[in-house]
Design a protein around this ligand. Structure first.
Ligand code: CP
Ligand code: NVA
Length: 364
């Protein structure tokens, strides 16, 4: 497997943060005080158990498809870069334009608010231009084969971001594209979301390692990305879901087999949340499953994150949700609006995490 390395394009010498902006990157105080030039170097890629490696062997470019395609050092360096670029943007500086002259094709076969706007705005803020291609524009696999789409878009653009149903579609894009591909959600996983979540946890708790993150609900794409993160960075991940709605067995088995994190799958949300640093929720019926929504509402009784469950979790627990949320279904209105809810900083961090991911895969 090829070694990867990259340098975060920001230099602290070049940055002039107002002191208030430091609150946006409390994670890396040592870097702020001690190191003048930030080097986001990583010497090796982690073993990937899910797909191709993060450096495409054919083209030599990097993709961002699974968090577990990267080693811990690289993931932490990307998060550090996210924090730095976020601070720069928060300071009002609009002169950091590494994507200037670059173009991104964004493929969406499913709806989106956060992913579309955060990618488009984030790429624009760093100088780039993006093109939205909705379900009617491309009709992936119907009007045209994925392998043809990948090669045509590679001729016009510098990077592809795609949100698709079948995970194989994103793997096919990476196989045939000659430019980096970033996964903006598949039925299997949602790596950009969990990178933003990790950044948010680091900002609020000070660290990700050693925290207890308890996901309550369906064992879905969000859970798979948490498991893939847990196979790289050590923390305690618990998924509390109804019987029959557990995450993919193979992903759980492989994540546990890395021995990196403590991973538990349970059907008891009350027991699971005790001592949590984060209680996390997502919709019970994901995109593509909406016809099951009514049935799932019955089966998922007892898995709503409400004020009583947060009380059991304890006073240090934050509430997180990838959004969109169905208030009154998987989470109460009161929990989303509570002081311990960090869902909106979490949503904002999609932009910053993704900017850092794009800088990484573009080698900038
Ligand atoms: N969390 C998330 O991916 O939101 P969207 O579906 O709105 O993009
Ligand atoms: N599990 C949800 C996540 C939305 C961001 C879905 O796939 O619809």
């Amino acid at each position: 497997m090829a070694a990867i390395s990259y340098t975060c394009p920001l230099s602290w010498d070049a940055l002039r943060f107002p002191s208030s902006s430091l609150k946006f990157c409390p994670t890396f105080p040592a870097k702020i005080s001690g190191i003048r030039r930030i080097k986001c170097q990583s010497s090796a890629a982690a073993p990937s158990f899910t797909s191709a490696v993060n450096v495409n062997e054919k083209t030599g470019h990097k993709d961002f498809i699974h968090i577990s395609d990267f080693d811990k050092e690289t993931i932490m360096k990307i998060l550090q870069c996210a924090s730095e670029v976020k601070a720069k943007l928060k300071s009002g500086d609009r002169n950091f334009l590494p994507f200037k002259g670059k173009s991104m094709a964004m493929i969406f076969t499913k709806p989106s608010m956060r992913t579309r706007v955060s990618f488009e705005t984030g790429f624009f803020l760093l100088g780039g231009h993006s093109i939205y291609l909705g379900p009617d524009d491309i009709q992936m696999g119907k009007r045209e084969e994925t392998r043809d789409i990948a090669r045509v878009l590679s001729g016009y653009n510098d990077i592809i971001m795609a949100r698709v149903f079948t995970h194989q579609d994103i793997l096919d894009l990476t196989k045939y594209a000659t430019i980096p591909v970033v996964n903006g959600l598949t039925d299997y996983n949602h790596p950009c979301q969990i990178m933003a979540d990790a950044l948010t946890i680091i900002e609020h708790i000070g660290h990700l390692e050693g925290t207890k993150v308890v996901y309550v609900g369906d064992g879905n794409n969000i859970v798979h990305s948490w498991l893939l993160l847990a196979s790289v960075v050590p923390f305690h991940f618990v998924c509390a879901c109804p019987k029959g709605f557990e995450p993919d067995e193979e992903t759980v088995r492989k994540a546990k087999s890395t021995g990196i994190s403590k991973i538990e799958i349970t059907n008891d949300p009350k027991e699971a949340v005790v001592g949590a640093d984060v209680v996390y929720s997502d919709v019970w019926a994901s995109m593509g499953q909406k016809e099951e929504a009514e049935y799932r509402r019955k089966v998922f009784q007892g898995f709503q994150v409400d004020e009583a469950l947060m009380e059991i979790a304890g006073s240090k627990a934050y509430f997180m949700h990838c959004l969109p949320a169905e208030r009154g279904v998987e989470v109460t209105d009161g929990v989303i609006e509570a002081p311990y809810s960090i869902v909106f900083p979490q949503a904002e961090n999609r932009l910053h995490a993704q900017n850092a991911i794009m800088l990484h895969v573009l080698g900038l």
